[in-house]
Design a protein around this ligand. Structure first.
Ligand code: IMP
Length: 430
């Protein structure tokens, strides 16, 4: 039995969805513990494409229990849309297959309105948020005025909290941002209906996880975004509003740290970033455009093109430290096929100094230039390869270089979007 956390090691969009989907075969419970519908997983199963923002991708496996932990911020309208889409595809979502923590904070219409109003006011200093209300919802959680899942199930209490919040939010929207105020009656009707629909799914996730753990079940914790978007450890202020590192799997679901056995980091074979913020290895040339096109690097949530660059082991090694990673998964390796020479950043030159981890301050990071190691590329298609030893020599050298620089083992290598297009070196549940 093992409880495993899967984390993105870069700035999100590392291909965690496919990895979680694969590992779910060995897990009975799949838990999301932070973020909200700012995340997006695109999965291809039997040629069918699925995009999820909230429901763990484990829902595609019959008999598994998917959980939304207290650390998530939940937009109930979006969740219900996902449930309906799955129902229409003959993948029923039932209280046996999906559980929501009663203590999950709810994204309200004023959170979305404030997210957008704030970003448009920022002009050139904007973070490039997904506009889903994530930051404002976490703000209310921390300032103790948030509305939680269990509040939706109690109409009188909900109305009281809504009215108290709305008074302040409408003042800000109207008088500070010059936007339209929101109507409390309309919000109450909409959200109480969501509460009724979601009531059968609301539970104490922490207690369910304790029982599962005691019964010897395998639990998989699914991180969203990436380590360098972490509110504390990321490239602040160009970050998301939650802790994306592995430690938050415990806080965001209600399980203790001694119950986590492995932490796996997902590394895309190159680097991407959506939205603003520093990106030392960014490629603004033809190679960057080729990677963007071949890798389909357009956001699953917003459709925005992702900025692309070389693999940055300074970023990955910082993630190994911040998450205590026990192993790595490499994704989208096939996208690099045909590039004659590949580069991997091994250190940064920051003024007179050379550093091996990401400087925590924005100004210092902006002044850094990557120091690259060059490796020969490969021409052969690798999508049909299922064994490490069958990969072209230069592909193996690229992977061995990563493993060597990381000093932790590789578990899986993804060579295409399909579930089967994977080389399994070592299953983390073994
Ligand atoms: P927010 O999470 O919507 O507040 O956005 C904050 C920053 O995190 C922006 O740069 C977003 O583009 C980025 N971000 C949020 N979620 C994801 C994700 O799932 N993948 C990649 N970037 C993300």
């Amino acid at each position: 039995m093992a409880n495993v956390v899967v984390i993105g090691t870069q700035w999100g969009d590392e291909g965690k969805g496919k990895v979680v989907d694969l590992l779910t075969e060995r897990a009975e419970y799949v838990v999301r513990f932070q973020g909200g519908n700012n995340a997006g997983h695109t999965l291809v199963v039997d040629g069918r494409q699925f995009i999820f923002h909230l429901i763990p991708s484990g829902i595609l496996h019959p008999g598994k229990v998917c959980m939304i932990g207290n650390g998530v911020v939940l937009d109930p309208g979006v969740l219900i849309q996902e449930m309906d889409k799955l129902d229409a595809a003959n993948i029923p979502v039932t209280p046996e297959s999906l559980a929501i923590s009663r203590y999950t904070h709810v994204i309200m219409p004023y959170h979305r309105a404030l997210d957008e109003a704030r970003e448009s006011r920022k002009g050139s200093t904007k973070i490039g948020t997904t506009g889903r209300g994530i930051g404002p919802c976490y703000e209310d959680k921390v300032c103790r005025s948030g509305i939680r899942m269990h509040d939706l199930l109690d109409p009188a209490r909900f109305r009281e909290r809504l009215d108290a919040n709305l008074e302040e939010k409408n003042f800000m929207l109207k008088h500070y941002f010059g936007s339209a105020p929101l109507d409390g009656n309309a919000i109450a009707d909409e959200y109480l209906a969501y509460g009724q629909r979601l009531a059968p799914y609301a539970t104490n996730v922490s207690e369910v996880l304790q029982k599962a753990d005691r019964d010897g079940r395998n639990i998989l914790f699914e991180g969203a975004q990436g380590t360098h978007l972490d509110i504390d450890h990321g490239t602040y202020p160009f970050v998301t509003s939650s802790n994306t590192v592995a430690g938050n799997a415990c806080c965001g679901s209600g399980i203790g740290p001694t119950r986590i056995h492995k932490v796996i980091g997902v590394v895309k074979a190159y680097t991407t970033r959506v939205g603003g913020g520093p990106f030392p290895c960014e490629l603004l040339d033809e190679t960057g455009r080729q990677i963007q096109k071949v890798g389909g690097e357009f956001g699953a949530t917003t459709g925005r093109p992702r900025r692309c660059g070389w693999l940055d082991m300074v970023v990955v090694n910082s993630s190994i430290r911040l998450n205590g990673l026990s192993g790595l998964v490499i994704t989208k390796l096939d996208v690099l096929t045909g590039i004659p020479t590949l580069k991997i950043a091994v250190r940064y030159k920051c003024g007179a100094q050379e550093v091996g981890s990401v400087p925590p301050e924005l100004k210092a990071l902006e002044a850094c230039d990557p120091i690259y190691e060059e490796l020969p590329g490969w021409e052969e298609s690798i999508r049909q390869v299922r064994r490490f030893s069958d990969l072209p020599e230069n592909t193996r050298r690229y992977l061995e270089a990563i493993e060597d620089m990381a000093s932790i083992p590789l578990h899986l290598v993804s060579v295409g979007p399909g579930r089967d297009e994977t080389i399994i070196l070592q299953n983390p549940f073994d």
